[in-house]
Design a protein around this ligand. Structure first.
Ligand code: H79
Length: 683
């Protein structure tokens, strides 16, 4: 135990100013992404043919352009219309707070003056100007934060090949080249607000080395989750994806103007600009109301000019954003634990901002779950007071008939005297807090681009009680023996070591296990494979509780399947060995999905399986990212008992509704799923 605690103590940040997560980054909300590179010169056309497959910035891959031919494009790359000041000015007018610029994309061509390769804008083109330096300087002049995109794969690096997935390994030579380039970027371009690592599939050490390098050179620089192995400071959703849930850790959605491409495509059908503006504003509002930053991309032409359609849309969006700046910048996510049917919500201080996108038929906008003294409801366009009723926890604002939406939205500001309180939508009314009646705190785990998923890093409950004191107990499985968890009840926080809990048997009926079957190994990115298709064979020689070593290549998965026949509907406890990626499915439903690549302690999981009467299909996916084997271990013969620990006396705050939260006390990693599938708190 003490060893764990020492590790925890050294991982804590040094006292003083908060460096990460960078508060300035968290408040940005809206930024510009720029895809500008050699590919911009081709504009989605090769040898006179439109290249329709894939993104245009990856035209070298999708048009199968020979390396020499692609490199020769540099001889004609002369973006004389590039004007860094006007780009920074555009971002500013658009309401964007930072610019993320492609220093190097997958093609390996550097848009800055790298001293480690001549394949760069200064040494390889007639233009001979460091466009990235010009942009960094312009940003700093205009008060816009400067940030860089950096591809972790590089098709131009000696020995590398183009793959269809871009989730390539990075050789030691290539990694040290990346390290040197990241160092020159971090030291030659002034303060960098974020580094947007992209693609590749790094080893844990490579991810950590890059993380440490950036943090050493620029401690406040936020690092994208696409660095892999759950090492990022902020999570990046898959391209153009907006989560429909709130995320408890810093996150961002990167979006392209057109889903087909990020970089300039000369033949792109752009459609109606008004519709595009509404689409992108709608995305911005969704992202901000869920607590994220929205990064919207432009793809300048090969001559360096900004496409007028994109410029005009950004300027129009900027006017809208400036009209409603108060409801966007410096705000918090929707305080409620649900999104209303009519749109989205942000909040700041004692104010709540309603973004009405689907005007209700009766033009009454209802917010359910806010308690406080409503001072006023104001139509943000024009500032007129609106009729408002407040009863209990429900606020209803009437929108007059003559109010027209502004680019799809009607914005209402609700001001409260002395602040408001958000009432939880779900209140547990049994005396057991379980994973099923919890409100999860989500993060976003990313071993690599494909092996990314919504992870759970904590639970919250709201429960009813009129007692002044309670004596709660925590119930856990043997798999969590030794873990340290943090439980906060009505502000009373305590760290609990899950140690020597009293044993509480669970009743078990008759269960029969069929002959296990095995599928694979087969090449896969974690959780991309379908567990139902694939050839199965009987797995011989498996003994309960004895690890079996299965040879597996890197990025291969094996699946072990069991038919479990139960004489009744019942819960059983089963112990499983884990792997780099670990997923358990019971009757087609995921029971647990975790990765163990971000520094988490690797130990067997004990999971409760809820069997139905009759046959149950259990499938265990073991994904191997590193090394050359996985160990399969399963043991249903472990003692069928939970562990129970008293938490001591907890004083409840006055009032009938109380809060409880649960999380690991010092998670090795903020993004990785925490496990604890079967935790319970008995009140
Ligand atoms: O720079 C942009 C992309 O070029 C880069 N990330 C963003 C910010 C990226 N590289 N690889 N990937 C994203 C993975 C994308 C894979 C796919 Fe597809 C997107 C598979 C299917 C949709 C690309 C587009 C391949 C086929 C169509």
């Amino acid at each position: 135990m003490s060893a764990l605690l020492i590790v925890v103590a050294t991982a804590l940040p040094v006292a003083g100013a908060q460096v990460k997560p960078n508060p300035e980054w968290l408040s940005q909300k809206y930024s510009m992404f720029i895809h500008f590179g050699l590919y911009s010169q081709l504009g989605g056309v090769w040898n006179g043919k439109l290249v329709e497959e894939g993104y245009s910035e990856q035209i070298q891959s999708f048009a199968k352009i020979p390396k020499e031919d692609y490199m020769a494009v540099a001889n004609g790359f002369n973006p004389i219309k590039w004007n860094a000041d006007s780009v920074a000015a555009l971002a500013k007018a658009a309401g964007m707070k930072s610019i993320v610029f492609t220093s190097k994309h997958h093609d390996g061509f550097c848009m800055y003056h790298s001293k480690y390769t001549d394949y760069n804008i200064v040494d390889a083109t007639p233009f001979k100007r460091d466009v990235m330096k010009e942009l960094a300087d312009a940003c700093h002049r205009y008060g816009i934060k400067f940030a860089v995109y950096f591809s972790l794969i590089d098709w131009n690096f000696p020995g590398n090949h183009i793959t269809p997935h871009n989730a390539d390994d990075v050789s030691p030579e290539h990694h040290s080249f990346n390290m040197k380039q990241v160092e020159e970027i971090m030291t030659g371009y002034g303060p960098i607000s974020e580094i947007w690592f992209d693609m590749g599939s790094l080893t844990s050490e490579q991810s950590k080395e890059l993380y440490d390098l950036v943090t050493r050179l620029q401690p406040g620089c936020m690092i994208s989750g696409r660095l892999g192995n759950d090492r990022g400071d902020f999570s990046v959703m898959a391209d153009n994806q907006i989560p429909d849930y709130k995320i408890g850790t810093p996150w961002q959605t990167a979006a392209s103007f057109f889903s087909e491409t990020w970089s300039y495509r000369s033949w792109q059908e752009r459609g109606d600009i008004g519709l595009k503006i509404r689409e992108k504003l709608s995305s911005l509002v969704k992202v901000v109301s869920r607590g994220g930053n929205y990064l919207l991309n432009i793809g300048p032409r090969g001559d360096g000019s900004v496409v007028e359609f994109e410029r005009d849309a950004l300027l129009e969006m900027g006017k809208w954003i400036n009209r409603y700046a108060e409801a966007i910048y410096g705000t918090q996510a929707n305080p409620l634990d649900h999104s209303p049917v009519w749109g989205d919500i942000t909040s700041k201080g004692g104010n709540v901002y309603l973004f009405v996108e689907q005007m209700p038929e009766n033009r009454v906008v209802e917010v359910d779950g806010l308690v406080g003294d409503v001072a006023s409801a104001t139509l943000m366009a024009g500032g007129n007071a609106l009729p408002v009723e407040h009863s209990g926890q429900s606020v209803r604002v009437s929108i007059p008939k003559d109010v027209q939406p502004d680019n799809g939205f009607t914005l209402v500001k609700l001001a409260f005297n002395g602040g408001f309180r958000a009432v939880p939508g779900e209140i547990v009314d049994t005396d057991t807090l379980t994973v099923r009646n919890a409100i999860p705190t989500y993060a976003y785990s990313s071993m690599d681009y494909y092996s990314s998923f919504r992870s759970t890093v904590g639970y919250t409950w709201h429960f009813k009680s009129n007692e002044a004191n309670i004596e709660p107990h925590i119930v856990y499985t043997a798999g969590n023996e030794g873990d340290v968890v943090r439980i906060v009840i009505d502000g009373d926080a305590r760290n609990i070591v899950l140690n020597s809990g009293e044993k509480r048997p669970i009743a078990v009926g008759s269960v029969k296990w069929g002959v296990p079957r095995m599928m694979g190994p087969r090449w896969e990115l974690f959780r991309s494979g379908k567990v139902e298709d694939g050839e199965e064979r009987p797995m011989d020689g498996l003994e309960w509780g004895k690890p079996v070593e299965i040879p597996v290549g890197e990025k291969e998965a094996v699946y072990v399947k069991h038919t479990v026949t139960s004489d009744r509907e019942q819960d059983i406890l089963v112990k499983f060995g884990v792997a780099d990626g670990f997923r358990i499915l019971l009757n087609g439903e995921t029971v647990s999905m975790r990765t163990f690549v971000g520094g988490l302690e690797r130990k067997p999981e004990v999971l409760m399986l809820h069997l139905r009467k009759g046959d149950n299909e259990l499938c265990v996916e073991l994904y191997n990212r590193y090394g050359n084997s996985v160990e399969y271990l399963i043991d249903p013969t472990i003692p069928q008992e939970m562990r129970v620990l008293p938490l001591g006396t907890v004083e409840l705050a006055p009032g009938g509704i109380h809060d409880c939260s649960f999380a690991p006390a010092a998670p090795a990693n903020k993004n990785s799923d925490m496990g604890f599938r079967d935790i319970r708190i008995e009140l």
